[in-house]
Structures are given as structure tokens and as C-alpha cells.
Design a protein around this ligand. Structure first.
Ligand code: P6P
Length: 344
């Protein structure tokens, strides 16, 4: 009966979030409405990528579509869908997108209490080879609805009320979309059932293994790494404690590399290097949401100087080095950075 009940008692994302919200009597369902608009954007990205991919593969896509319109780049199109969906939700106030130089201040007549920072289509350079891509988002509450400023989205990551990622991929034979979400009470994974158009809870209460056997970094940057990172990666390959070397897995799409790290354990690194002293990844809509998820799943996220979620950004497109994943693996690189500070 349990299996039967499970099959017919569908825990959809909406129902799951409503259950969560019911623990907060003061909430008026605004968050649930906001999330449903974010989910719409994620589904659009997945469907647009699949369509464009197919069109390109069978030679339909040119630089103009059937209406003769200029074929928009997928990331521009995805961004427009997200901005319009979030604005029309009536629950947002400020939007920061990887695609827009400036923050979007929603028309006062349509404003709500939430600020959403997002990368609508992360890893888009990988689309043509079919590698997983996806959306990353974080959600803040505005501090004072009568005084809305860019400061509302320059809060440390620990002030986020929720964060999530949607990642396309193939579950065995099915090309699907997985959404990982935390509202501050653990992490849950949902898989899109295309026949229903609904995200169904498939990975309840995700906890990252305390230690992993995978490290994930772009080794091509090795000549530019600082000493603690170089020493850590060396230890992954030539362990001094007699343990087996870690395996290297690097997709080059953050949503995919972090999704694997969350489920299998291990560590993902995008360090600073001589070329990019602040690393490559963006604080607001890459580092913070992934760090939020990692901590909620029992892992850690470190910038090379301190806890990633303590960082206070000064610009909306600021970058930061990031080391995130299994608690013990991140602890090891924190020790190496601490030792290098003492030596200085
Ligand atoms: P590199 C994709 O372009 C991205 O922003 C992240 O998704 C990914 O983790 C990183 O850049 C890959 O960067 O320098 O290793 O190609």
C-alpha cells in the first residue's frame, strides 16, 4: 500500500513548498507564488534549449526563425523570460541577472517583498555539445519596502531566504530537468515529470557525504594557482596518508559539477589565480546560491579567506574564488590557506 500511496500521493514542488510555508502562519503564500514563476522560467530554459538544440541539429535553426525574426541567443531569450515572469509575479522588487549590467527595479505598482538574483542559463557555452546546463537563483527579502535600494541585493549570502538550481541532464534514457531547492530547512531535489509538467520530489532531504573521492577543478589553470590550491590538488593526486587518489571530474558547467558534488560528495574548486585574482564565478548568482545549498546539505563553502556566505558584495557582478563540497574536504583546504597566512 505504501508504494501504491506513493505512486498516487504525488509530492509536487508546489505542495512541498506549501507544506513548508504552513510552518510559517504569517506567510501569505507569496513565496509559493514567487517560486511558481521561477519554476516557469526553469522549464522554459529546458524546453528552449531542447528545441533549439534539435532545430540546430536538423538544420532548421538559422539566424532568423520562421517568422523571419532575428534568432535570439538562448541566454538572452532565457533572461527575458525570467525577467518578465518574475516581474509579472507581483512578488519581486529587485532583479539581478548575469545577463543585465544593471539591476532591474520592478515597477512600484507591481512590487513585492523579494529580490531575486539569478543566472538564467549558466554554462550556455556547453549547449552545442549537449552537456548539462541550467539556472541558478537566490532569493533575498527587501530590508525596508519604503526604501528600496541596490543595498537590498548587496547582502551577505547568509541573508538569503532560499536558493536553488535547475539542471538539465539525462536520467539514464530520459532527458530531464532536476531542480534542487533549499528554503533554509535542508535541501530537496525534484525531477520534472514531462507528462505532468510538474516537478516531483525525488530526492528528499539531500545530505552531502562528509568526505568524497572526487575533486572538480579546471586543471588547465594550474600554472596560475596560488600555493595552497596547488598543494591541495597535489594531495588529491598524490595522497600522503596512504589513501587512494581522488578522481577528477570536471564538466565545465557549474550547475552540473555542483549537482554531482552535492549527490556524490567531494569538492568543487574555482580558485583565484594570477590571471583572475577574484576567480571567475560571480558572488550573487553563482557562489552564494551554491554555497547556501552546500551548507544546508551539511557541507561547507569557503572563499580562500573565509566562509563564503559571510562575504558582503559591493557590486552586483562581483566575483569570488570558491571551494565548496564535503565538509571534511573543504576543511582540508581551509587548513592549507590558514597555514599559508601564518607563514606570511
Ligand atoms: P572554465 C560556465 O561558463 C561557467 O560560468 C560555470 O558554469 C563553470 O563552472 C565555469 O564557467 C567554467 O569555467 O574557466 O573552467 O571554463
Amino acid at each position: 500500500h505504501a508504494a501504491e500511496a506513493h505512486r498516487t500521493d504525488l509530492m509536487t514542488l508546489t505542495r512541498h513548498v506549501l507544506n513548508e510555508q504552513s510552518k510559517h502562519p504569517e506567510s501569505k503564500g507569496d513565496f509559493t507564488i514567487l517560486l511558481s514563476h521561477i519554476v516557469l522560467g526553469c522549464k522554459f530554459v529546458c524546453s528552449a534549449v531542447n528545441k533549439a538544440g534539435l532545430a540546430k541539429l536538423i538544420g532548421l535553426a538559422g539566424d532568423t526563425n520562421v517568422q523571419g525574426e532575428e534568432q535570439k541567443k538562448l541566454d538572452v531569450l532565457s533572461n527575458e523570460v525570467f525577467i518578465k515572469a518574475l516581474t509579472s509575479s507581483g512578488r519581486t522588487c529587485i532583479l539581478v541577472s548575469e545577463e543585465d549590467e544593471e539591476a532591474t527595479f520592478v515597477d512600484p505598482a507591481l512590487r513585492g517583498r523579494y529580490c531575486v538574483v539569478f543566472d538564467p542559463l549558466d554554462g550556455s557555452s556547453n549547449i552545442d555539445c549537449g552537456v548539462s546546463i541550467g539556472t541558478i537563483f537566490g532569493i533575498y527579502m527587501i530590508k525596508d519596502k519604503n526604501k528600496v535600494t541596490v543595498e537590498d541585493v548587496l547582502q551577505p549570502g547568509k541573508k538569503m531566504v532560499a536558493a536553488g538550481t535547475a539542471c538539465t541532464g539525462a536520467l539514464a534514457w530520459v532527458s530531464t530537468l532536476q531542480l534542487v531547492l533549499s528554503t533554509g530547512r535542508g535541501v530537496n531535489g525534484f525531477t520534472l515529470d514531462p507528462s505532468l509538467g510538474e516537478f516531483i520530489l525525488t530526492h528528499p532531504n539531500i545530505k552531502i557525504p562528509k568526505k568524497g573521492s572526487i575533486y572538480s577543478v579546471n586543471e588547465g589553470n594550474a600554472k596560475n594557482w596560488d600555493e595552497p590550491t596547488a598543494r591541495y590538488v597535489e594531495r588529491c593526486k598524490f595522497p600522503q596518508d596512504g589513501s587512494s587518489p581522488k578522481s577528477l571530474r570536471y564538466v565545465g558547467s557549474m550547475v552540473a559539477d555542483v549537482h554531482r558534488t552535492l549527490l556524490y560528495g567531494g569538492i568543487f574548486l574555482y580558485p583565484a589565480d594570477k590571471k583572475s585574482p577574484n576567480g571567475k564565478l560571480r558572488v550573487l548568482y553563482e557562489v552564494f546560491p551554491m554555497s547556501f545549498l552546500m551548507e544546508q546539505a551539511g557541507g561547507q563553502a569557503f572563499t580562500g579567506k573565509g566562509r563564503a556566505l559571510e562575504l558582503v558584495p559591493t557590486k552586483i557582478h562581483e566575483r569570488s574564488p570558491i571551494f565548496l563540497g564535503s565538509y571534511d574536504d573543504v576543511e582540508e583546504i581551509k587548513t592549507l590557506y590558514a597555514a599559508s597566512v601564518e607563514k606570511e
